[in-house]
Design a protein around this ligand. Structure first.
Ligand SMILES: [Fe+2]
Ligand SMILES: [Fe+2]
Ligand SMILES: [Fe+2]
Length: 418
């Protein structure tokens, strides 16, 4: 099944990125537009290569999901911006189909006179990205900009002169700054991304990268989605649902918490029970998921993703659906989500043991909250389910551990370098 078109996948990525921080809305898109126009004018790369660089530019601040560096990032005089650069690079390198060109993101804030000492094959492109990023940040604060004036004192120290010259030529030809100012760049960008064509495995990789990078914001949610997906897969098999239902369940589970991109870390990591107000904010993640996904994804997948907090007695959120309105995959995901949360460590609790988990879900089932057939299935096969889950999530767990370790190593290396 083709679960999503390439164009719609890019739209989901764009919509999600735009939820990171109000000040950065459309920043990734605008930078990707500048890069696309510079590279098109330069006429050095093939069309599909230019598209890959354009997507890398769209994603260049994806590491900002992880840390709260946005204040620093929007300043012209950037000081320590390694945090999000390194995370962005690692997400692209280990979780996306763009692993070959991930270095561009790593160096997107590095001064040009330091960048050239590194002999990176992506020196020129990282230099372009650095310049494009600063042009857009300057446009956030100024009605109009004169790039000559803006970069004069930094040429070949902070920024590459070659990049500026290329930008100026491309701007003459395509009126980049004007189009950014009057927002007409958006139509062109839609067209550019409309030409993207990913293979099925690349699409899956991009979805995973997006979801994993969101989960990565908090150490407590880092394994949640992948564990939920795996538990849902296992229950789906055990409950004998058909292939189509298994597939929509899988993707619904993968996307179910995408809306947490807009949940503040302070709430995700609160070391206590949430207040009523905080709980309301937390509950909003389902609406955000709906906002991101609707129009772009198979409606059956959407329904599964956004119904995972519904209860069969109608007491759940956000629509208060009841048993008659909930499909088996939806009921399975609700149970998988809870089991995954109970067996994971949280800021307010250690992970629970098998007996406690089974008691909790049995109680919920007795109270008419969770689907009794699904709860019974989990109780009867708990060890088998969890063995398979552990096996299936093993690799991702290692990638996560690796990313953390590599982050620390790179951070040390570059902090002393700059
Ligand atoms: Fe950045
Ligand atoms: Fe940026
Ligand atoms: Fe959720």
């Amino acid at each position: 099944m083709d679960i999503i078109s390439s164009g719609n996948l890019v739209n989901i990525i764009r919509k999600t990125l735009n939820l990171i921080d109000g000040r950065l809305i459309h920043h990734g898109e605008r930078v990707s537009y500048i890069i696309n126009k510079m590279l098109t004018y330069e006429n050095r790369y093939k069309k599909d290569e230019i598209l890959s660089y354009t997507i890398a530019a769209l994603l260049h601040d994806i590491g900002a999901y992880k840390n709260e560096e946005l204040d620093k990032m929007v300043q012209f005089e950037t000081t320590n911006v390694w945090g999000h650069s390194i995370y962005g690079y690692l997400f692209l390198k280990y979780l996306s189909p763009l692993h070959n060109i991930a270095e561009i993101v790593l160096y997107h804030h590095l001064d040009y006179n330091k960048l050239i000492k590194l002999n990176s094959p992506y020196e020129a492109l990282a230099g372009y990205l650095n310049l494009a990023d600063r042009i857009d940040v300057s446009l956030m604060y100024h009605e109009d900009i004169d790039v000559d004036k803006l970069f004069m004192e930094y040429l070949d120290t902070k920024f590459s002169k070659k990049a500026l010259d290329l930008f100026k030529e491309a701007d003459k030809e395509y009126h980049i700054i004007n189009k950014l100012k009057d927002n007409t760049y958006m139509n062109e960008l839609n067209q550019i991304f409309g030409e993207v064509s990913f293979a099925q495995d690349e699409k899956e990789a991009f979805i995973r990268m997006l979801i994993y990078s969101i989960d990565f914001r908090s150490e407590y949610t880092v394994m949640h989605t992948i564990t939920t997906v795996s538990i849902a897969d296992e229950i789906g098999i055990l409950r004998g649902i058909n292939e189509y239902e298994r597939e929509i369940l899988h993707y619904g589970a993968l996307l179910h918490d995408i809306g947490k991109i807009s949940t503040p870390i302070s709430i995700l990591e609160a070391p206590r029970k949430l207040t009523e107000e905080e709980m309301a904010i937390m509950k909003n993640h389902v609406l955000t998921s709906e906002y991101i996904l609707k129009e772009y994804i198979n409606p059956d997948i959407l329904e599964i993703a956004i119904s995972h907090h519904e209860k069969i007695d109608g007491s759940g959120y956000h629509r208060g659906l009841t048993v008659k309105e909930l499909t088996i995959p939806q009921k399975i995901l609700a149970v998988a989500d809870i089991v995954s949360a109970l067996c994971g460590k949280r800021s307010y609790k250690e992970s629970f043991d098998k007996e406690t988990i089974l008691t909790i879900i049995k109680n919920d089932s007795d109270k008419g909250k969770l689907c009794p057939d699904t709860v019974e299935c989990v109780s009867a096969h708990f060890d088998e389910i969890m063995d398979n889950v552990n096996r299936n999530t093993f690799e991702t767990l290692h990638i996560y551990a690796d990313i953390k370790k590599k982050y620390n190593d790179l951070n040390e290396k570059f902090l002393s370098f700059t």
